[in-house]
Write a protein that binds this ligand. Structure first.
Ligand SMILES: [Zn+2]
Length: 407
């Protein structure tokens, strides 16, 4: 994504807009926490759709996964994922309103403590019970291979399973390639059970929503559900009131809540949630907001995971994949940038956690590519994406296997 339009605003204007937005977002956090909302809204359609077929299919081969959730954090650098807050980026020269507060939140003595402060769920739970790819410290790489190193080509590579030189801009043209979400939506047991929520309105063309047919909700479009629940109505109210700092990208907080409500209400078997603030703030060189957005995403993912483990359809039967569409520059001067001319912006990270994934933590000595996400999502569900799309990359190595002992 880019932030060209906002970049033209006078600094004082966008800082004021940002603060307004953040105030609104934190207020909204205070009014509806993930926990308090859990008990409400009994699921209407879930029981009726019955996971019988699903259970039969998923149990083939001893696999436990019957649902998958994919979460992406746009343009989130591996540098912070594996090393947390970088002092040299803070000191690059961009004036931030509260550098001391930022240090207090994220500056720690070691990379391990810093990453833990930034993404506690990722490092306390995913690293311990799942697998993480792309850690240079473990001699591992995870790479974007499309050469463009920006969003649409990245999401195409991730969801279609291969890079495509035709996908060479972020313009909203319908993606000619198939994608794994669309593939799954057509498999037996998945009809009406695939949904995607995104902050970025390009999600519609990226998955070719018109052709794909599964449920897509993105950008500043109000939630369209029939009939709206009280929570959805309230969320749409917030959406209308929030400042449109980015005309194409709404706030993560809105999308996180909207997606949770969809999960509670419709119980999809395949859910994709695309968060976008990290990229937008990074383009504005707002290292504080970039880190806070990552922290918020991690908290949301943690609450999501906790909720999944409390729901009979999902508990012990759901795999979660977390990744990003591209990396960014690796120096204090180009950390905000990405694109084909930014060295290192091809380096990304990815993580998998679920009942079929051996708890190997940060994977050592392994090189993987972005395109492997597509076939991995299908394989976790016992489906063979490459049978339908042979040029897609294979699933990630050893993410599906017998778990050692019971946990
Ligand atoms: Zn971007």
């Amino acid at each position: 994504m880019t932030a060209r339009s906002i970049a033209r605003l006078p600094v004082a204007t966008w800082i004021r807009l940002s603060l307004l937005a953040l105030a609104a977002v934190s207020l909204s956090c205070a009014t509806s926490s993930g926990n308090s909302s859990r008990a409400a809204e009994p699921s209407s359609s879930a029981a009726a759709s019955g996971p019988t077929t699903a259970a039969t299919l998923a149990s083939a081969g001893g696999r436990k996964t019957q649902n998958v959730v994919l979460v992406t954090i746009d343009g989130m650098r591996w540098q912070e994922v594996f090393g947390g807050f970088e002092l040299r980026v803070l000191e690059q020269g961009t004036r931030l309103p509260d550098p001391d507060g930022l240090r207090q939140r994220y500056a720690r003595a070691t990379p391990e403590l810093r990453r833990q402060a930034l993404m506690p769920f990722f490092w306390e739970t995913v690293a311990r019970e799942g697998q993480i790819f792309g850690d240079p410290g473990s001699h591992s790489t995870a790479r974007v291979t499309n050469g463009f190193k920006f969003s649409y080509p990245g999401y195409n590579e991730m969801l279609s399973g291969y890079p495509d030189p035709r996908i060479d801009s972020n313009r909203p043209f319908p993606n000619p390639n198939p994608n794994v979400l669309e593939f799954l939506a057509k498999r037996p047991g998945f009809d009406g059970k695939v949904a995607a929520y995104g902050t970025w309105d390009r999600l519609y063309p990226i998955v070719n929503a018109e052709r794909s047919k599964f449920f897509v909700q993105a950008g500043w479009t109000p939630i369209a559900d029939q009939p709206l629940t009280d929570r959805q109505r309230e969320l749409n109210g917030w959406l209308a009131d929030l400042p449109r700092i980015w005309p194409e990208n709404t706030f993560d907080s809105f999308v996180g809540r909207a997606a949770m409500e969809h999960l509670r209400r419709h119980k999809p078997r395949v859910m994709y949630v695309m968060f976008g603030e990290t990229d937008e703030w990074a383009h504005l060189h707002r290292y504080d907001c970039y880190l806070d957005a990552a922290r918020l995403n991690d908290r949301w993912i943690g609450e999501l995971w906790q909720w999944l483990q409390s729901d009979p359809q999902y508990a012990g039967k759901t795999s979660l994949v977390i990744t990003t569409d591209h990396g960014r520059g690796g120096t204090p001067s180009d950390w905000g940038d990405h694109g084909k001319d930014t060295p290192g912006a091809e380096d990304i990270w990815m993580a998998v956690i679920g009942p079929d994934t051996p708890p190997l933590g940060a994977r050592r000595d392994v090189a993987v590519t972005q395109g492997q996400i597509a076939a991995t999502l299908a394989a976790l569900l016992g489906e063979d994406y490459r049978a339908a799309v042979p040029k897609a990359a294979p699933p990630l190595p050893d993410v599906i296997g017998r778990r050692e002992g019971g946990r």
